[in-house]
Write a protein of this length. Sequence first.
Lengths: 249, 258
Amino acid sequence: MDEISVNIKHVSKKFRLYHENRTSIYESLLGYFSRKKHYETFQALDDITFDVKKGEMFGIIGKNGSGKTTLLRILSHIYQPDCGSVDIKGTIIPVLALGLGFHPELTATTNIVQSGTLLGFSKKEISDKIDDVIKFAELEKFADVKIKNFSSGMQMRLAFSTAVQVDPDVLILDEVFAVGDLNFQKKCFNTIMDFKKRGKSIIFVSHDMAPIKDFCDRAMFLNRGKIDTIGTPDDAIASYVDYLGKQNI
Amino acid sequence: MTSIREEMWKTKGILFNFAISDLKVRYRNSVLGILWSVIEPLLLLGVLFVVFSTIFKFEIENFPIYLLLGLITWNFFKNGTSIALGSLTNRSAFISQIYFPRAIPGLSAGVTAAIMLITELVILGIFMAVLNFTPSLTILYLIPIFLLEFILILGIALPLSVLNAKFKDTEFIWGVILQAGFFLTPIFYQFDMLPETARNILQFTPMVQIVTMAHHVTLYGELPSVNSILYAIFSISIIVVIGYLIFRKFQARIVEEM
């Protein structure tokens, strides 16, 4: 169980905060000639190093804007880090806060096929799994309904079901349970536990401390793009709560 | 470069998937659905035919077929590039949620346009049958001509998709270019009708050569001239190389900049 599946070394990421929103060529030209600096850099992540072992559930906590989502996007190759290395063994699937990037004008089934193809599955593998995905998400009645008519909870369920049916080696969950009802949450946690048993890694971001405490093996507290604490969930939560307490004074 | 190509190979299934979903989204909420890809060019054909055969009295042999072929060839280019234009921006939710090679939306726009081309070619066939026109075997050269055009479309689609994600102006500039291109390409007139100075300049544009070649092999049973082929290949190679360089410069950070 000590094999490492996610290995992040010295990852940093800067963003440019554009103060006047320059998105047209004319504005760009004007800005170029005026030589005024039109953006400042914002260090979203600063020298992040950690690893996640196989069969481990790793929690990430921190305030809004502390770099959690940026980190997850770097893990899932959506952003490129400025420096440092990201090494992931096997397939990785991010279930970020808004779903799996479903297209609102397409039906649930079409979207499952699209996401499945994107994740590298063949037509046959996908068509074998569609029914399971729909069933797990409890969306049998809505299989041929366009996503734009789904509630946010339904979208989330569909995203989660698609992700787990694809059976990735590393699963990223960002605020996934904020929208699901209690029954579905329970089902999700059962699935996650099963994932763990089979030696898969889970990276879990939540503002709810209870699941972090109950399910995660280790946790990390991110503070303004830097690692504040990394260790047992209790330690990480303690220093997070401590930090929040200091801020409120 | 190799890594981009390797990634592309792994996710090639998505190319067709995107192309199909592009079509579905394009004709959503329309009663006639995909039939529009046929009706639209036919209506335009009707308008152009009336204007140029009865009002301007152009005397071009087999004018309906000449016109339809020109329109179809131009539409392939217009559809491919204009779908590519919005291919990344329309998927902004998608690309910030899940990773896939950034070239795929642009390239799949070319595939979408190719599917539309095939439906339009069926119409051309029907027209030929109705008008009792038998093309000579040289019509088979349309295949390499359309392939060449396909490469041109991809070479423009890639940079357009990333440029439009970064600069919204691209959309408007490209609209004007397409409009100008429609009039400067021999779709409803013959290239020889233009003054010599105009011809000297316009012969370097790939679409002029492609449309001219398509007319030659279909209507006159002639092989394209060596000049046409060389001009077309030369201009298309330059466009593809520059297009790829632009794409490569912008693609990595496009999600963050959008």
